[in-house]
Design a protein around this ligand. Structure first.
Ligand code: B4P
Length: 198
C-alpha cells in the first residue's frame, strides 16, 4: 500500500493537492477537516462538540479524530493506499495512526510537507474566507490562532516521521501545478522503491 501523510500549516494547500493526487494515484482521501465538517453539517453530538473548538481555531481531541480515521481505514481495507490530509496533527495522533496501520498490516510510506510562510498562509485563508463561508477563515486573529496551534502542537509531528526516515518536504509557494509535480516526483520515487523491494 502507498500511504502518504500530506503535511503543512493551515492553508498550505493540503486539500488542494490531495484532490489532484487522488486522481493520479487512485488513493483514498482521508481529510479529518472534511470529516469533522460533515459531522457538523449532519448536526451530530460529535459535530456540535467539534464546532466549538474549530470555530475558535483549536484542535479537536485526539481520540475523536483517531476514532474517525480508524473507521475509515477499516471500511477501505482493499484500497491501493491512503492520503492522510490534515492528520495526524499531534504526536499522539501519529502514534495512534502507526498502531492502527500496523494492526491492518500496513504502514506510512512517507510524510510530505508543504512549506509556506505565515504571511502567505494568512493571505490565502482570508481570501478563501470571502467565499468558503468557513467560520475559521473569517478573521486574521483566528487564522493566527490556528497557525499558533500548528506551531506548538503539530510541527513536532514532522520530527516524529523524520525519526523514522520518512520525512520529505516541497516548496508550497508557487503555481499549484508546479507544486503538484514536485509532490509526484517524491511519490513516484517511493513507488519505484516499493516495486524493487517486492
Ligand atoms: P483542515 O480542514 O485540515 O484545513 P486547513 O488546515 O484549513 O487547510 P488546507 O491546508 O487543506 O488548505 P487548502 O488546500 O484548502 O482543518 C480545519 C480545522 O479542523 C482545524 O483548524 C482543526 O480545528 C480541525 N481539525 C482538522 N483535522 C484535525 C486533527 N487531525 N486533529 C485535531 N483537529 C483537527 O488551501 C487553502 C487556500 O489556499 C485555498 O483557498 C486554496 O485555493 C489556496 N491555495 C492552495 N494552494 C495554493 C497555491 N499554491 N497558491 C495560492 N493559493 C493556494
Amino acid at each position: 500500500m502507498l500511504n502518504i501523510v500530506l503535511f503543512g500549516p493551515p492553508g498550505a494547500g493540503k486539500g488542494t493537492q490531495s484532490q489532484k493526487l487522488l486522481d493520479k494515484y487512485n488513493l483514498i482521501h482521508l481529510s479529518t477537516g472534511d470529516l469533522l465538517r460533515s459531522e457538523i453539517a449532519a448536526g451530530t453530538a460529535l459535530g456540535l462538540e467539534a464546532k466549538k473548538l474549530m470555530d475558535n481555531g483549536l484542535l479537536v481531541p485526539d481520540e475523536v479524530v483517531i476514532g474517525m480515521i480508524e473507521n475509515k481505514v477499516k471500511e477501505n481495507r482493499q484500497a491501493a493506499g491512503f492520503i492522510f490530509d490534515g492528520f495526524p496533527r499531534t504526536v499522539p495522533q501519529a502514534q495512534g495512526l502507526d498502531k492502527l496501520l500496523q494492526d491492518n498490516d500496513t504502514e506510512i510510506s512517507a510524510m510530505i510537507a508543504l512549506r509556506v510562510d505565515d504571511e502567505e498562509l494568512t493571505k490565502r485563508l482570508l481570501l478563501r474566507g470571502q467565499t468558503s463561508g468557513r467560520p475559521d477563515d473569517q478573521n486574521e486573529e483566528l487564522i493566527r490562532k490556528r497557525v499558533q496551534e500548528y506551531n506548538t502542537k503539530t510541527r513536532p509531528v514532522a520530527d516524529y516521521y523524520a525519526g523514522q526516515g520518512k520525512y520529505y518536504a516541497v516548496d508550497g509557494i508557487g503555481e499549484i501545478e508546479d507544486i503538484f509535480k514536485a509532490l509526484c516526483q517524491h511519490i513516484d520515487a517511493l513507488k519505484e522503491k516499493q516495486e524493487e523491494n517486492k
